[in-house]
Design a protein around this ligand. Structure first.
Ligand code: BTN
Length: 268
């Protein structure tokens, strides 16, 4: 597959634009044109986060892009591509900057509890058998603290703030895309096990006390034990073991106070 880039100065959201392109294109244009399409924008006026939140991306100093793929895995396994995407970003940041980032379930990329990158995967079905995934990736690259709204100052961070030097966004983008291609191919050829193993090497959640919220309500407290082969987070609670398929996870200190939940707050 060749990635093909459509670059914009400003968009409402690269995910929205990618979905508009998929939905408006003719059936016979499908495979070659859509699989591998990258929609990238210097700025987003309506960046979308997970769970209906907004994603702050007015700054021209971040990487805001969406990769369109036509998956080989069946629709029920579409969620696994978001783990491949998170691993691809973590690997790329390590390759480009040598910074050892962490992954928080399902696909937040963190530095010391602060959010560096968020990923929003959305499905678009064109027919019963033809579906696409829009993998939206937002990476805080060269922003300085004052470019984030005050309420995010203790929750978000950029690579340049960590490295104390500018980071080459174009090079980072190309490394993420290379990794994404390799990791999606690995997922499709060998199943989830290898991507899951890679994800675990970067994760900061397993073995930790966590709380899980859905729609602002705290649902579970417990110890995050594992990721299932469906990508669910397995949490041991006082009531038993539960599998979380959607929601926000906060790490908790042993005193019970939220230790950090940057990934959740940063998009609100
Ligand atoms: C999250 O809530 O953590 C996910 C944030 C995803 C943001 C990216 S930026 C590029 C793409 N376009 C969007 O509107 N959202 C994603």
């Amino acid at each position: 597959m060749q990635w093909q880039m459509k670059h914009y100065t400003t968009l409402d959201s690269t995910n929205l634009e990618a979905k508009r392109i998929i939905q408006s294109s003719q059936a016979d244009l499908s495979l070659n044109q859509l699989h591998g399409l990258i929609v990238a924008a210097e700025q987003q006026t309506g960046g979308k986060g997970r769970l209906g939140r907004m994603w702050v991306s007015q700054s021209g100093n971040g990487l805001w892009f969406s990769a369109v793929i036509q998956p080989k895995l069946p629709l029920e396994q579409a969620g696994l591509y978001s783990f491949a995407a998170a691993v691809s970003v973590a690997e790329a940041i390590a390759q480009e900057t040598a910074l050892p980032v962490k992954l928080k379930w399902p696909n937040d990329v963190l530095w010391q509890g602060k959010k560096l990158c968020g990923i929003l995967c959305e499905l678009v079905a064109r027919t019963k058998t033809e579906y696409y995934i829009v993998i939206g990736i937002g990476i805080n690259v060269n922003q300085q603290l004052q470019e984030f709204p005050p309420e995010l100052h203790d929750k978000a961070i950029s690579l340049a703030m960590i490295a104390r030097a500018p980071v080459d966004g174009a090079s980072l983008l190309s490394t993420v895309l290379q990794n994404l291609q390799n990791n999606c191919a690995l997922l499709e050829s060998e199943g989830f096990a290898r991507i899951r193993d890679k994800w675990k090497t970067w994760n900061c959640v397993l073995g930790q006390a966590v709380s899980v919220q859905q729609q602002g309500k705290e649902l579970y407290h417990g110890i995050a034990e594992d990721i299932t082969m469906d990508g669910a987070l397995q949490v041991r609670t006082p009531e038993g073991v539960t599998q979380v398929i959607a929601g926000d996870v906060s790490l908790r200190s042993s005193s019970g106070a939220n230790f950090f939940d940057a990934a959740d707050a940063v998009t609100e």
